[in-house]
Design a protein around this ligand. Sequence first.
Ligand code: GTP
Ligand code: MG
Length: 377
Amino acid sequence: MQSWKFNRRHAGLGLLGSITLALLLISFYFFASPAELFRSNEPHTWKSFLDTSDVDHEPVRACYVILVRNSELDGIISSITQLEKTFNDKYNYPYVFLNDEEFTDEFKERTSGLGKAQKFYGTLDSHMWGYPPFINQTLAAERRKEMAAANVIYGDSESYRHMCRFQSGFFFRHPLLDPYDYYWRVEPNVDFLCDIDYDVFQFMKDNRKLYGFTLTFKEFMTTIPSLWDTVRNFKRDHPEVMARLPAKEDSMIKFITDDDGETYNSCHFWTNFEIASFSLWRSTEYLKYFNYLDKTGNFFYERWGDAPVHSIAAAMMLRKEEVHFFHDVGYRHTGVMHCPVGDKYRDKCSCKPTDPGQWDYYLTGSCLPNFDNAVKT
Ligand SMILES: Nc1nc2c(ncn2[C@@H]2O[C@H](COP(=O)(O)OP(=O)(O)OP(=O)(O)O)[C@@H](O)[C@H]2O)c(=O)[nH]1
Ligand SMILES: [Mg+2]
């Protein structure tokens, strides 16, 4: 009896103690500012909001992402055959095919037999590929006509605009891609020109790289007249995002601006090739940026490409050392080529740097000098 009373009294005090502790914790959480919560005497070192300091030793969760039409079957077979031969027959990373329409049986049959890797086929819903409710479609059609009359490349194409919006803001949210952390974007009718004898995804993970490219280009500014002003407005309206990003001097900002942010120099990574981490695009910061751009409607009223949209974000949001030039990957898209320079590549590559289409430092359309400048200074 006594011991029961004793226990109850102590149990009562314990309850009171727990409530007091809970109240203390709640008030601490609500009234202490984040700075107070995390104040420390340690010297401040900036940590990327994408910091991957807990690199694990699990196999890399990576895949190929291929947005493609049924009509591009031969072209994608050609790309995959070369990719298997130069890289993937050693690593067997899976392929994820995406389409705004159902894939045909023929498409699935003929692609599923390419190499040993798993293949997955997905379609896009109207949220990912379609007009958001705030778009005035009559205005969009008028703007397409105007751009066609002004000879803007793909100026009259409606599907091209859906494609660019999808690649800017949605591909990384497709449920088939949920299991993966890294991807390699592949298109039909591209060429992979060199044997790659190491695991590029493992390289990305081990070296904490978040974005990899082979080709850089200057954008047709007639496709993005208001993009840079929108980015500047985004910076002004979202100080909480800017506060999370690297300091200017740690970022790649010099890749995209030559006058400290006044204007966009039109440089971008050519996104038809990307080896990257999904973490950048899936971050709250990038999603806020994409939504802000999207709300202007200018993926449709202008013709904003996913290349400048990705590249501006990568340049602002990543640290220099998180961006990687895959100089050893030989790649060709629509006649434009990156063929590695150096004697050691001659036995590994079916191209020579002197072949037509080499898109190198000295060409005015290349942004490799801007990339080097951004990395080194
Ligand atoms: N399913 C589907 N895929 C598309 C559509 N439009 C483009 N794509 C794919 O999206 C990717 C980019 O399209 P491209 O037409 O190659 O765009 P681009 O690389 O800017 O233009 P090019 O220089 O002509 O190659 C490719 O993998 C295409 O197969 C479409 O309407 N439906
Ligand atoms: Mg293409």
